[in-house]
Design a protein around this ligand. Structure first.
Ligand code: FAS
Ligand code: PHB
Length: 389
């Protein structure tokens, strides 16, 4: 088999890149380790920045997104019983939308199938060959048979645990990592959200987040010890703890119900440099991870795809390699700003086991300054709605 761009990973990064390139007549093959149903069963991100919204429209996928998403002009931030709003629209002139990653991925799968573009599921033993040559290829097994794809370029969109990043030699790769001493226990419940806006809640007991997917599907998180397992938390225990971390006004209006999904995500900050080696380009979680506090994971994958998409179009259509030559430089410049915001917001809102009383006072003072200062709110708003590509 031969294609122009072999895409490893059929998550949002790989599918978005495939769809954008397809619309420009550039051939791709997507290799996905799991089944489509498994990929769609993952409950992940919920907030789309303006940049990803624009890319979805450019991919021809704006119709359902515009019909079913919720536009959010701001967010709420609380600390114990004190709560205030950050007005993205007033401060930046733009908003974010609530449209779950599952729906983004569903739309991208539907588009790829409609285009009849190849996606190979249940592939194993993916190996990248000759990424630093002019004739790379990928081998893999499917249905017990070994297969090969020759290509011009390889997009490593296979997530944090994929094979692409490890293909870059350790002598070339530099990795930066921070692991946080807690996780997020998240549940999905078919209940109306406690508020029309998201609530990022700091408290003496730890962080909580009140989010949603639609007017009858709520997404809640509470910070939890890394030693906890989802089965350690009954629904009642979750709801009781959530009520204790959000303002009383919100706790009194909270509508609870049975969880239809319950999981714990560890939190880490991670960046791999460079994001390109020869004809291999890393995109999304394959190259970087952020704590979900700033809702930057999926959205930073999107800016990688923006840079790579334009670089590949420039190569094939304009015979100009400037975009692919500078892909890593351009992508990393924005990645590190998303890493900073996610790290800052995580440090601001969570309780850390080794915090001193002084550290806690510093957190409280910074939240109070954010509450009272327009410039501080503007900085948060500009990062949250998405820095320019
Ligand atoms: P993905 O990991 O989504 O996709 C990679 C794909 O590659 C997967 O389908 C995988 O099966 C496949 N793959 C892996 N190895 C392969 C191989 N060797 N061969 C072929 N295919 C292979 N972000 C937010 O903004 N907000 C959140 O609330 C949030 N919550 C998260 C919760 C969890 C538990 C996790 C893990 C991540 C969360 N994220 C969140 C971040 C998440 O949304 C990612 O940023 C997003 O999935 C990135 O998309 P991809 O880069 O496509 O990676
Ligand atoms: C979500 O709805 O899953 C979500 C929203 C905002 C975040 C993280 C997760 O910062």
């Amino acid at each position: 088999m031969r294609t122009q761009v072999a895409i490893i990973g059929g998550g949002p990064s790989g599918l978005l890149l495939g769809q954008l390139l397809h619309r420009k007549g550039i051939d791709t093959v997507v290799l996905e380790r799991r089944t489509k149903d498994h990929v769609l069963s993952r409950i992940r991100a919920g907030i789309l920045e303006r940049g990803l919204v624009q890319l979805m429209r450019e991919a021809g996928l704006g119709e359902r997104m515009d019909r079913e998403s919720l536009v959010h002009d701001g967010t709420l931030i609380s600390y114990n019983d004190d709560m205030f709003g950050i007005d993205f629209k007033a401060l930046t002139g733009t908003s974010v939308i609530v449209y779950g990653q599952t729906e983004v991925t569903r739309d991208l799968y539907a588009a790829r199938e409609a285009a009849g573009a190849p996606i190979l599921y249940d592939v194993d033993d993916v190996v990248i060959h000759g990424a630093d040559s002019d004739a790379p290829h990928v081998t893999f097994t499917r249905n017990g048979s070994e297969e090969r794809i020759d290509c011009d370029f390889i997009a490593g969109c296979d997530g944090f645990h994929g094979v692409s990043r490890k293909t870059i030699p350790e002598t070339v790769r530099r990795e930066y990592e921070k692991v946080y001493p807690f996780g997020w226990l998240g549940i999905l419940s078919e209940t109306p959200p406690v508020n029309d806006e998201l609530i990022y809640a700091g408290s003496d007991r730890g962080f909580a987040l009140c989010s949603m997917r639609n007017p009858m599907l709520s997404r809640y998180y509470i910070q939890c010890p890394l030693t906890d397992r989802p089965e350690d938390w009954s629904d009642d225990a979750f709801w009781d703890e959530l009520r204790r971390r959000i303002p009383a006004s919100e706790a009194d209006r909270l509508v609870t119900g049975p969880s239809i999904e319950k999981s714990i995500a560890p939190l880490r900050s991670f960046v791999c440099e460079p994001m390109r080696w020869g004809r291999l380009f890393l995109c999304g979680d394959a190259a970087h991870i952020v704590p979900p506090t700033g809702a930057k994971g999926l959205n930073t994958a999107a800016s990688d795809i923006h840079y790579l998409y334009h670089g590949l179009v420039q190569h094939y259509l304009d015979h100009d390699d400037d975009g692919i030559e500078r892909y890593s430089e351009h992508a990393l410049a924005r990645v590190w700003k998303a890493e900073r915001f996610s790290w800052w917001f995580t440090n601001l809102m969570h309780r850390f086991p080794d915090q001193s009383d002084f550290d806690i006072r510093m957190q409280q003072a910074e939240i109070a300054f954010l509450r009272d200062n327009r410039a501080a709110q503007t900085v948060l708003a500009e990062n949250y709605v998405g820095l320019p590509y």
